[in-house]
Design a protein around this ligand. Structure first.
Ligand code: CIR
Length: 255
């Protein structure tokens, strides 16, 4: 089977990274360390065969390296979001021209809000989180675009965590990795599941890249469960991104 993902776009964290939005009480990120962790992430994607475009940091947008939230890239179209946090809205303007090189682009319009972190692609079906960042109007706008290309979608109320993908991710083979709190939800009943215990729930933010899963360092039980299923695993330290409520999926647009 040919690789599903061939490209990634990432953005470097800036000197201002500690000024982003966060609810965590883990303290501010260390700039030197976050730069090193980000470089290791880029290297891991490249080693897996992706062609990686690295954008420079955005001085006016300290959360812009969580680039996943600015767009939803499907095999057919790149949807430029309208991020739910007002302080992040301007991030999309510099993403659109980059994505226009690869896909037709379409925008989510006010009063719809949508963060890419709420959109989970499972083949041609999409789970769209309704969260503090993504409202029904934004989800409906995205849904119409997806349907126009022959896809289906389901809204999923996000009870806990920032985004849908903070708690559930698709890892190929009809399998989701999902935080215990969400595992019994009707919307995901039909999939196989790797269920992540509450004390390791951060590890549900695992990134699927073709035949490999990138998992956050420090969650041994989840890693073991994934490996027992026969998945190839690469572990990465994202401690500094976690301090800003982000993780592995948030750091790239991969398509
Ligand atoms: C924010 O609150 O918007 C950022 N500090 C973290 C965004 C993380 N993005 C993601 O989970 N997709």
């Amino acid at each position: 089977m040919p690789d599903l993902f061939t490209h990634a776009i990432v953005r470097k964290p800036g000197l201002n990274c500690a000024q982003g939005i966060t609810t965590s009480d883990l303290g501010p990120p260390d700039y030197g360390l976050i730069v090193a962790q980000h470089a290791a992430y880029v290297e891991a994607l490249s080693a897996l065969g992706l062609s990686v475009v690295v954008l420079e940091a955005e001085p006016d947008y300290p959360d812009a390296y969580f680039i996943e939230d600015a767009a939803v890239v499907t095999p057919d179209v790149a949807v430029i979001t309208n991020p739910g946090a007002a302080a992040r809205r301007g991030e999309v303007d510099t993403i659109e021209p980059v994505l226009a090189k690869y896909r037709r682009t379409v925008r989510i319009h006010p009063h719809g809000t949508l963060d890419g972190g709420d959109v989970l692609m499972v083949g041609r079906h999409y789970l769209v989180g309704i969260s503090e960042r993504t409202n029904r109007e934004g989800a409906e706008q995205l849904g119409q675009i997806l349907e126009s290309y022959g896809n289906t979608w389901t809204p999923v109320p996000v009870g806990a965590g920032l985004h849908l993908k903070s708690s559930v991710n698709y890892v190929g083979r009809d399998t989701l990795i999902v935080a215990e709190a969400l595992a019994e939800r009707d919307e995901i009943r039909r999939y196989d599941k790797v269920v992540v215990k509450a004390d390791e729930s951060y590890a549900a933010n695992t990134l699927w890249v073709n035949d490999c899963l990138l998992v956050p360092r420090g969650f041994a039980r989840t890693r073991q469960k994934i490996e027992e299923r026969g998945f190839k695993v690469v572990e990465l330290d994202v401690s500094e991104m976690q301090k800003m409520d982000g993780g592995l999926t948030c750091l790239s647009l991969r398509f």
